[in-house]
Design a protein around this ligand. Sequence first.
Ligand SMILES: Nc1nc2c(ncn2[C@@H]2O[C@H](COP(=O)(O)OP(=O)(O)O)[C@@H](O)[C@H]2O)c(=O)[nH]1
Ligand SMILES: [Mg+2]
Length: 239
Amino acid sequence: MAPARVAAVVPCKDEADRIAATVQAVAALTGVGRVVVVDDGSTDDTSRVAREAGADVVRHERNRGKAAALETGIAHLRALEGDAGEEPAALLFVDGDLQDTAANLGVLADAVLAGEAAMTIATLPAQITAGGGRGLVVRLARDGIERLTGFRPVQPLSGMRCLSPQAATAAAPLARGWGVETALTVDVLRAGLTVLEVPCELQHRVSGADWRGQLHRAAQYRDVWLALVRRGWRPWHRA
Ligand SMILES: Nc1nc2c(ncn2[C@@H]2O[C@H](COP(=O)(O)OP(=O)(O)O)[C@@H](O)[C@H]2O)c(=O)[nH]1
Ligand SMILES: [Mg+2]
């Protein structure tokens, strides 16, 4: 059996209904030796359910955003390395709401472990439950990334990513909040590393068109915008 060289970090909030299936699917992926769930101030049972599903669980008492949750997960892994283990050969970031479709994420780590890319990003098929349209945020991220790097991603906001240690170093510190994916792509490419989008059969909960969904997208837009501006993008510079 191949050594367990991949460590997964699952940032989430209020995923008690989905996190067990997600954790189990990720833990069963070839090469995955550890699954760290970062419960970002959930008000439901996410922590307990994730622990019972076999994950290491780190909890933020207060909600601090997705990027902070990823940083906490990485810090947890570093602390473990200090204690005993060796550095993982790849870091896998997984959203908490994929449930058993997370079993299809193996290709992300395979490509990184094979040295085909420093960072792989899952692209998702059309979702069974249609979403409330966040085309505006997607376009902002896609155009901004292209302006800054020349690379035009199909799904710039996809949270399912696998990073080599070099990519993880290039991406540190992570951009805040929902800007984290956009910034990851820019920073890894700017370090001269290779980024690859890989289609994966994933289904997640899509934010709706209700006020919660709109609020989510407004926050996403703000964070993506900030991440791009901090990396030198200027909205008035048109292609
Ligand atoms: N750390 C953290 N993760 C969150 C937060 N809100 C949502 N998430 C997680 O981020 C991922 C994507 O969120 P989701 O609500 O599905 O948004 P969407 O996929 O962009 O429509 C899921 O794993 C959520 O559990 C939050 O406030 N903090
Ligand atoms: Mg989702």
